[in-house]
Design a protein around this ligand. Sequence first.
Ligand SMILES: [Zn+2]
Length: 275
Amino acid sequence: MKKRSLLPVLAFLAALSALATLAQSALAQSKPGIERMYVLYCGDIHLKDASSFTPGASGPGHLSVTCYLIKHARGWVLFDTGVGDHIVNMPDGQKSQAGFWTVKKTLESQLGEIGLKPADINYVALSHSHGDHVGNLKLFPQSTLVVQKAEWDWKPPVGTPISQSGMKAITPDGDHDLFGDGSVMLIATHGHSPGHQNMLIKLPKTGAIMFTGDSVHTKANWDGGRVPQRNFNVPQSLEALERMRTVLKQANAVLWIGHEPSEVPNRKYAPAYYE
Ligand SMILES: [Zn+2]
């Protein structure tokens, strides 16, 4: 009997296994990247003078503070950390440059309500390093920071430079696709601070949403195309607004303004979530 070579069989098996790997990776790619998004209450800002953030406004003002938590197939991502949880114990709140901050409910307790500990958060993406966005950063020493390089390199006149947080960090210079699947994008919107960034997410059912950080503080500013004069770089902030309008259109996304108090009643807060 003639001996048959095993080579063709082996080649066939190798081809089969390559096909299976391809199919597997196609399946992984078609899996929705984001599973859920939670809106978290992250404090309140009380302003002596509303015009300090909204040019043209008068009298005292109020801004909401909002953080967002994303469950992606490859990890938990928190966008901004709000004012500090310790303020919950201060009956008169904590003084800030423009007024004072209060906290009715801590970020940590809201994570707890959805069964999470701070150590479960894989990434903390910061819009920028101002106090009402980094107030709870100390809760997440084991997370990976995601901040623009220009923000990382910045030495702000008040507060601690973000590079001194002691955290490991991803520091993109410009737009960044966090998981490489387009579902969690950081959009460079420098100007309010040197390395400010927005976040653009794509939810499987709700669709695309852009979170502002402080690129826009209020709906009045967005509608009027205005930014506070106290911004780090006013012309660059105005360019960022134009860029946002373009990106929103391209992504067919809606804009959520985290500091706009009139948005609060329209949002489902954690433990409820968006899909
Ligand atoms: Zn700010």
